[in-house]
Each structure stands twice: as C-alpha cells, then as structure tokens.
Design a protein around this ligand. Structure first.
Ligand SMILES: [Ca+2]
Length: 328
C-alpha cells in the first residue's frame, strides 16, 4: 500500500512539471528562439524530475564550505597522483599530440581530469536532465535556464537521451565535466568520427579539456601559481584571522589582480614580482602560506570559478609531474 502511494505521488510530480506556468513559458520561448519544436521540448521535459539533492549540493559546495586543508586533502591523494601518472603513461602518444596541437601542459590536463572524474572512473551519479531542470526551475535561475536550452540542443544535435546520460549535480558531462554550453562551444571531435563524445571517446575528452584551456588564454610553459615569501606578521595566522583581517584588497579572490607595490602595501610580502597577481593566503598544514596566481591561474578559474579549485589543480599537476618524471 505504501509502495502504491509512493508511485502515485511520483507520477503526479512528473505530470505536474509540465503544468507549471514557468515551465510552459520556457517551452514556448525555447521553441520560438531555437531549432527545437514545442513537442520535442515537451518530450524531453516530460521525463524530468525535480531532485532535491541537487539543491543541497549546490548550496554546500566544498569550494565555499571547506577549509583549504580539508579541500586540498580531497584531491591531493597519493592514489590520485599515482593514477594520474598511469593515465599519462597509458595515453602517452595521445598526450604528446595534444600538447603539440594545443600548447597546454599535459600535467594540468591530467590534473583537471583527475579532480573532475578520477580519470573517467566517476562521471557522476545523476543525469543532466534532472539536474539542470531542478537548478532551472527550483530557483528561477537565468544561468541554468540557458544551460537547459543548451542541453536540449546538445541532445538534439548528437541524438542523445539526456535522461540516460551521467552527470554531476551541476549537469556536467564527460571526462572533463563540461556543462552543456561549454560542451557545445569548446568540445573537440578529436577522433574525427563526426561527433563530440566526451563520455566514451578518450580522445575527444582529453582534447576538449586542452581546447578549453587554450581558448581561455593558456600560455605555454608559463607558471600558473608560485609560492611566495610571506612576511612574519602573517605566518601564524589561522583561518579565522585570515577571514577577519581587513586587507586593502580582497585575498583568495580571482578578481583581485595587483602589482608588487600594491602587494607590499598589504604587508603580505616584501618581495617583488613582474606584472599583476592574485594573492592566495591559506593555512596549509599548520602554517599560513602565500601563493601568487598569475595569468594561467586565471585560465584555470575559467574552468571552475574558485581560487581553491585553481590552487588544488596546480598542486595536483605538480605532484603528478614530479612522480611522472621520477619514472619516465
Ligand atoms: Ca568524436
């Protein structure tokens, strides 16, 4: 009896979605503005379900909720570093060609794929249709509404069933976890079979990550982040002191790009550097460390708009590179 009742409730929810005014508006506007017909859009959306876990995940992102130490420990694991070395060795010819074609370091590409999907082992436990429908209609989000249109266009273009695909809570797809608009804009058909398939084609998956970094301005052989001398005043700072200190420029924020003189005025360091940099002040282990993010750091934040993300990708890339060079 309980089972029957649950079935009734869930069927009601499915039908209910197409009855919603905002969903109906979405359907008619999307039909007017794209190649998709009302019937096609309804066919996709009729299978969609609102998943509350998606909202919980959105509101509890580790980039925002975790300390640097806790965040770093998720990604910088010995097993992930070893798997990264193996991933590079297994696909060494492919990586050589991709480094050559795109001018992006294989260690950063591997690091991103390692952080995003553990080298393809985990492409997510949801599907992009439910995830993006939930994000769009549970918070009336313009950003996700655009992504939903892109997802349906992507499904149409490659004859994919978005309910059957795997994705993260954010509807990110494939080896490098691209949201639909990025998939369509930056995906590369590197195996030249006529379609971009970041889930099943290792060539498309890796080349697409390289292309994303290239298009966003990756500069070959330039350092993304450098550890920098920190003034004594800040060495013993804990997380709370860092958070509450009144700096003249925001720290740990990729929008902050300042010169050596400005950095000195913040009293973070007495050393000089060329150009502009983003100051990253974090408690790593038991002490505070200062890192400076340069142009390639900004490129990584285009992948995920978080300073912690870019710092962890950089450190994982270095760790994989050190281990790789020992063995190769
Ligand atoms: Ca392909």
């Amino acid at each position: 009896m309980r089972f029957i009742l649950l079935l009734l409730i869930s069927n009601f929810c499915l039908a209910d979605l197409l009855e919603r005014k905002d969903v109906q508006t979405f359907i008619s506007e999307t039909a007017n503005n794209t190649l998709l017909t009302e019937q096609e859009i309804k066919n996709y959306l009729s299978k969609a379900e609102i998943i509350q876990r998606v909202i919980r995940n959105r509101d509890n992102q580790p980039e925002v909720k975790f300390s640097w130490n806790r965040y770093r420990n998720i990604f910088l694991k010995q097993s992930r570093i070893r798997d990264g070395v193996e991933f590079l060795a297994t696909h060494s010819e492919l990586f050589k060609k991709i480094e050559n074609d795109f001018g992006v370091s294989k260690f950063y590409i591997a690091s991103i794929i390692g952080a995003e999907t553990n080298f393809g082992r985990n492409m997510g436990s949801l599907n992009p249709l439910d995830a993006i429908v939930t994000l769009t209609f549970e918070s009336n989000s313009k950003f996700w509404r655009k992504e939903l249109v892109q997802l349906l266009l992507l499904a149409r273009e490659y004859s994919l069933d978005p309910k059957q695909m795997k994705s993260s809570w954010a509807g990110a797809l494939g080896l490098g976890q691209f949201i639909p608009s990025s998939y369509l804009a930056y995906g590369v058909d590197y195996d030249k079979d006529g379609k971009v398939d970041m889930t099943n084609s290792i060539k498309d998956g890796i080349a697409s990550v390289a292309n994303y970094l290239k298009v966003h301005g990756w500069q070959k052989d330039k350092l993304a982040i450098v550890p920098f001398e920190i003034n004594d005043k800040f060495k013993k700072f804990d997380e709370e002191q860092i958070d509450s200190y009144d700096f003249p420029h925001k720290i740990n924020n990729f929008r902050t790009r300042i010169s050596s003189e400005q950095m000195k005025a913040m009293e973070l360091t007495s050393s000089t550097y060329e150009g502009k940099a983003t100051p990253l002040l974090v408690v790593e282990g038991i002490e505070s460390k200062l890192y400076l993010g340069f142009d390639n750091f900004i490129v990584i934040t285009k992948y995920n708009r978080s300073s912690y993300y870019a710092l962890v990708i950089h450190q994982l890339a270095l760790a994989i590179s050190n281990e790789f060079n020992k063995n190769n």
